[in-house]
Design a protein around this ligand. Structure first.
Ligand code: F6P
Ligand code: MG
Length: 462
């Protein structure tokens, strides 16, 4: 049950896979070590110090294994819920493979699992997150965009009673399209790529103004947003009490992206397009900036109690707090549900979800729409392989579209790696030509985060 195209591997020179395995991952590990050293230097308790030094030593040997292309070894049984899944995959497909000749997706995920192991087997540091400082820091530096959104959306959403229902529906549609883009482009600030971004560069990426949105829609190369609107509109129309359906978000990054996801999810609830939202996060630090439970709680609590933005006006702070309080209320009422299934932190692609995590597949199959955020989720949906640009999204995601019970799936992804599919699928030109033209004229277009796709698969009833 594999696609007919080869999966990307680290040894494919001139690919982003190669650059990642050869340069980016060792750099990320080096920075992670710096973070732990900073923590170490702030400690006084000997037992904790000795324990943390061992974590650092394990990280250093992992870095060495990575740069020397060592063979992959099984994961130590550290009590994590995913050990069996990991070791099954390592044993079945990858015995004898190293970081460079194993499929890129698997090898990269494996590195983050091994990083987890550096801490999970320690006595005091099993929940330590080497990326936490960075994640918080980038959010606190995103003040302009944070307040632009909170100022606009802190007031509860109301439809205009003086407008006709057709006009109200049209306003709803326009707002839906705008916030879909806010949610989409929130993905371009991913810390694993933007390690050296200046504050101004981050701000430019995050500008959410109307004009900027019209401009950026041109960069959505496979664009099913019009159909996506019809889907959510009908969820409201077809629900018994007019309060919409169940929507799931398979989250990507913490901080600003998560904040944008929540703004979007808030709108979906308030407008009656959705009645319940499930958020799926990671159990431990993953691909640098991905959301963990701690990041989720940090965001909501910082909005309500935090002092992250000393320069903000009293009104801005008040707006952000109101928004945070409303979101916390959704959680208390069970209208927002945060979950963290072990399958999300494995090296499996989503082609394998139905077999390897049948409970999760079944859970998602009850959703009316599952939105997968970001680049890594897109790689997993599409098997991270060299599929042609014009491959339809349904074909590219294989069993996630064709298995009985496959849910309706939407990928909101800014393009940051080699696999690109679904071009031309909205009837907007020859997909192969679009991709080949960019290859000729704009080398690096697949990793810049400047382009995006919004692709939809209708799923298959069980
Ligand atoms: O290291 C490469 C990668 O896995 C790419 O998928 C992407 O460049 C980045 O890491 C993660 O991006 P995202 O946070 O959007 O999944
Ligand atoms: Mg990510």
């Amino acid at each position: 049950n594999n696609p007919p195209w080869p999966a990307f591997r680290g040894y494919h020179t001139y690919s982003f896979a190669n650059a990642t395995m050869g340069h980016r991952l060792p750099t990320i590990l080096g920075k992670a070590i710096d973070d732990v050293v900073q923590t170490l230097n702030e400690l006084s308790d000997e037992d904790m110090i000795v324990d943390l030094v061992k974590c650092i030593e394990r990280m250093a040997s992992l870095k060495e294994e990575l740069t020397e292309h060592a063979l992959l070894r099984p994961i130590v049984d550290d009590g994590e819920a995913d050990v069996a899944l990991w070791n099954k995959e390592i044993a079945k497909y990858f015995r004898g493979k190293d970081f460079m000749n194993a499929p890129w997706l698997f090898a990269e995920a494996y590195k983050y699992r091994r990083l987890r192991e550096c801490f999970s087997i320690s006595k005091h540091w099993s929940t330590y997150d080497v990326f936490f400082r960075q994640k918080c820091d980038t959010f606190s530096r995103s003040n302009d965009a944070v307040f632009e959104l909170s100022t606009r959306f802190c007031e509860p959403f109301k439809q205009d009673s003086k407008q006709s229902s057709a006009d109200n529906l049209e306003s709803l549609r326009l707002m839906f399209l705008e916030l879909t883009q806010v949610c989409l482009w929130g993905n371009s600030t991913d810390l694993s790529l933007l390690i050296n971004m200046t504050e101004d560069q981050i701000k430019a990426l995050q500008s959410t103004g109307g004009e900027a949105l019209a401009e950026t829609e041109k960069n959505i190369l496979g664009n099913h947003m019009a159909r996506l609107w019809e889907v959510v509109r009908d969820l409201k129309r077809d629900s018994l009490d007019g309060t919409g359906g169940r929507i799931d978000f398979v989250l990507d990054n913490a901080g600003f992206e998560l904040y944008c996801d929540c703004v979007y999810a808030d709108f979906l609830l308030q407008s009656g397009l959705a009645s319940t939202i499930y958020f799926h996060g990671k159990r431990y630090p993953w691909f640098v900036s991905d959301v963990t439970k701690k990041d989720w709680e940090w965001l909501l609590n910082s909005m309500v109690y935090g002092q992250l933005f000393p320069k903000a006006t009293a009104q801005e702070k008040e707006g952000l707090k109101r928004l945070g309080l409303r979101w916390k209320k959704y959680v208390q009422e069970g209208r927002w549900v945060y979950e963290q299934h072990p399958f999300w932190c494995t090296g499996y692609t989503f082609w394998e979800m139905r077999n390897e995590a049948p409970d999760l597949f079944l859970h998602l199959s009850k959703s009316d729409l599952v939105i997968f955020k970001g680049d890594l989720n897109h790689r997993k949906l599409t098997y991270d392989c060299a599929a042609p640009y014009a491959t339809s999204f349904d074909v590219a995601i294989g069993p996630m579209a064709s298995s009985p019970g496959a849910p309706r799936v939407c990928s909101l992804r800014t393009i940051k790696s080699d696999v690109v599919v679904g071009l031309g699928s909205a009837g907007d030109g020859d997909g192969e030509e679009v991709g080949e033209k960019l290859d000729r004229e704009e080398p690096g277009w697949k990793i810049s985060g400047k382009y995006a796709v919004v692709l939809l698969s209708e799923g298959r009833p069980g």
